[in-house]
Design a protein around this ligand. Structure first.
Ligand code: CO
Ligand code: CO
Length: 347
């Protein structure tokens, strides 16, 4: 394969290229959303995907995600973009069945073989998910972008929403945090190559088995951690569930190398945007380590699930997740709303 460094084509890659959550809220705010009784999950709770009831046994889940390259290698980029797009099906407790490619590619400036590698990575992930790739759409555009539109299915009574956490639930995270920092560090040549490889491997890992485990354990609520960071997505769970999430930052599994990079001052702009989104409704402990605080706002690409699980089964779920290869741990709990202005309590 010829030498191509996809990173040379972009400014922000992966989920850090998302619009900020506050800008997005402003833009979506006034749109005319029709309400239909078949639409079981729409835009109101900022959930991961839309869910539409077909009949008493089946609902379809629809979602889409795409972004510019976050790493140099096209094949790896394709795998991560596909794993990330499939993730919103898994965070809803669904089974992915059908995927379409979304492709933007500068055909005049890059060899078509680069696109071929991207699509091969994506196709292999879709196959690993047990879903079928059935088409797509391509636009000549620079920089390249890739992702999927995915359809999944779920029983209408078994949807796992991001707005149904119950007081007393334990919070379980299934992948370590810090991919945004490691990717930003890599762009300026500061990330250790072994640390980068570990991070990319986590991003390639499907949330499929984690999702199957959370279904087995009848958890109450879940979302996946992507561009808005751990706190941004935790905030949406708290708001939607009318509860407060208490999070112990010292319990968060971190990717090797991420803390040291933040300590050197490597903090991506997305972290500040995400912090701004949650800080009005967050009680940060006064003695909080600044580096951990910024990592809790780090934009993740193809991050893990954040699961709200009854206390009685939380330890067993964590054990099963670890056995399935996830760096999983209990990082906090759900409590009744402390104050209408406090959705997150971070210590
Ligand atoms: Co999501
Ligand atoms: Co998404």
């Amino acid at each position: 394969m010829e030498d191509i460094d996809l990173l040379k084509s972009i400014e922000h890659g992966g989920c850090s290229a998302k619009l900020s959550p506050s800008d997005l809220a402003k833009v979506i705010g006034g749109l005319p959303f029709l309400k239909k009784k078949e639409l079981l999950v729409g835009t109101e709770t900022c959930d991961d995907a839309a869910v539409w009831k077909i009949n008493d046994d089946t609902a379809i889940i629809q979602t889409t995600d795409f972004f510019p390259p976050l790493c140099s290698d096209p094949y790896t980029f394709g795998q991560i973009a596909a794993a990330n797009a499939l993730s919103d099906i898994y965070s809803m407790g669904g089974k992915a069945i059908l995927a379409l490619n979304l492709v933007m590619f500068p055909a005049k400036d890059m060899k078509l073989n680069v696109l071929r590698q991207i699509l091969r990575g994506g196709a292999e992930k879709i196959a690993e998910a047990g879903a079928v790739l059935a088409g797509g759409h391509t636009i000549d555009d620079t920089p390249p972008k890739y992702g999927l539109a995915v359809t999944g299915i779920v029983h209408p009574d078994k949807i796992i929403r991001n707005s149904s956490a119950i007081s007393g639930d334990k919070l379980i995270l299934t992948k370590p945090i810090g991919s945004g920092v490691l990717l930003a560090g890599n762009k300026i040549g500061e990330t250790d190559s072994h640390d980068l490889e570990t991070a990319l491997n986590y991003m390639m890992k499907l949330n499929k088995s984690a999702s199957e485990l959370m279904i087995k354990y009848n958890v109450n609520c879940a979302t996946d951690i992507t561009g808005f960071g751990l706190l941004g997505h935790a905030f949406e769970i708290a708001k939607g569930s009318n509860a407060t999430l208490k999070i112990d930052l010292h319990k968060i599994p971190l990717l090797q190398g991420a803390y040291d990079l933040v300590d050197l001052g490597c903090i991506p702009g997305a972290s500040f945007r995400n912090l701004k989104y949650v800080e009005m409704k967050t009680d940060f402990n006064n003695n909080l380590d600044y580096n951990l605080k910024m990592l809790s706002c780090d934009a993740q690409t193809s991050g893990g699930l954040l699961i709200c699980c009854p206390e009685s089964t939380a330890q067993n779920l964590v054990k099963d997740l670890i056995a399935a290869g996830y760096a999983s741990s209990i990082i906090g709990e759900v409590v009744p709303l402390i104050d209408e202005n406090i959705n997150l309590s971070v210590y």
